[in-house]
Design a protein around this ligand. Sequence first.
Ligand code: SAM
Length: 240
Amino acid sequence: MEHSVDKDGNPVNKGLLQSDELYQYILETSVYPREPEPLKELRAATASHPRAEMATAPDAGQLMAMLLKLVDAKKTIEVGVFTGYSLLLTALTIPDDGKIVAIDVNREAYEQIGLPIIKKAGVAHKIDFIESQALLVLDKLLENHENEGSFDFAFIDADKDNYWNYHERLMKLLKVGGLVVYDNTLWGGTVVMPDELTPERKKPSRLATIEFNKFLAADPRVQISHASLGDGITICRRLY
Ligand SMILES: C[S@@+](CC[C@H](N)C(=O)[O-])C[C@H]1O[C@@H](n2cnc3c(N)ncnc32)[C@H](O)[C@@H]1O
């Protein structure tokens, strides 16, 4: 199966669909007509960024908005902001008095590209952006016992090697019934590739992703669904 690649050699269609045409069909039929204007604007503004491929895929975003609504999410965590596509999507979806703890080690792309659009959309008051290593912030949140079992939703899209560590913290921070969604759990399809066929840029984090997927499958604390959407997303619901 051949997929088109962008100027950096990254697949345009991140997913496992049979063809690029099928992916375009989904985007054009079901995703773009429903995508709110501020998200379209942010997607366009992100397209010229040299690392534009890091942004959450709009079809994965559409599923995320559905999940946020299904759990009636009000208090959420976002690990990995970049220009803020998934962050803005969350801010547009949760209620006006909802709150998002948004963490990224670097605020540049967020402040230069995302924030002006987020402000214009009138949802900046829902966002508490923290420039930091995510693990430090999650540990800090746990120092305040009131945060335990208080979050409805988390989206984890950074630092694949630490997913396991994030998961341990989130099993305390999420409510029972709350969701955590992990992005890139198929890691460009490399989870089933022999090491010698894996592109160099994908080698770091490949084994961590394989181990993390096995770990989640065996974790009795969560119900899971490993969806082949975008670059693979795993949806976990805290059971106890
Ligand atoms: C794939 S991008 C996030 C994309 C974003 N969800 C979106 O929709 O555009 C990953 C981001 O995680 C940040 N990051 C990397 N390691 C991190 C860490 N240890 N803690 C917090 N953020 C980190 C990077 O600076 C980058 O902006």
